[in-house]
Ligand binder design. Structure first.
Ligand SMILES: [Zn+2]
Length: 167
């Protein structure tokens, strides 16, 4: 699907379910409230990807990214810049609150009980930081295939912590 096709196609199955209008409905035939709902949903998705990349070091992949950008272009044209910008500002404010809360939560985490480094949100349920937790996991599961993959990672540059230096 080209960008222009993505901008101009009717509601996809996913969009149809989200907004409660039949799949295939042309975007210009939708009421303003539905256009706004779609726009905030696509902007939300972009922020969610950024959030997971930043706080969890995890990529959600590229699936749907270009389609979302094309949809936002189309929605901006249909909604008019003022209405579109207002919807985008609303989503941004929501994620700003989420990030402020996540930052505070991360700062409040007690340091790793083994190495004393600060922990990140993905380490929340453990007393250990990510590095110490995966080291412990390897010790407890020495023959597991995933342990081999991890030790492969240790050979990659940069050797940024002591654990990477062979004894
Ligand atoms: Zn640690």
């Amino acid at each position: 699907m080209t960008m222009s096709e993505a901008e101009n196609c009717g509601l996809t199955e996913r969009e149809a379910k989200l907004v409660g209008h039949p799949a295939g409905t042309a975007l210009p035939d939708l009421p303003a409230t539905v256009l706004r709902l779609l726009a905030t949903d696509y902007r939300d998705d972009q922020f969610e990807r950024d959030y997971f990349a930043h706080y969890h070091g995890a990529s959600m992949g590229w699936s749907g990214v270009m389609f979302g950008i094309a949809r936002l272009n189309a929605l901006c044209r249909l909604m008019g810049e003022q209405e579109f910008d207002a919807a985008m500002a609303e989503v941004r404010a929501k994620w700003l609150r989420i990030c402020v809360a996540a930052d505070a939560k991360e700062r409040a985490l007690a340091p790793c009980t083994r190495c004393g480094r600060s922990r990140r949100l993905p380490d929340e349920k453990s007393e250990l930081c990510g590095d110490c937790a995966s080291e412990q996991w390897e010790r407890e599961h020495p023959s597991d295939g995933r342990a081999d993959l991890r030790s492969g990672d240790d050979d990659t540059f940069p050797f940024d912590d002591d654990d990477d230096i062979p004894a």
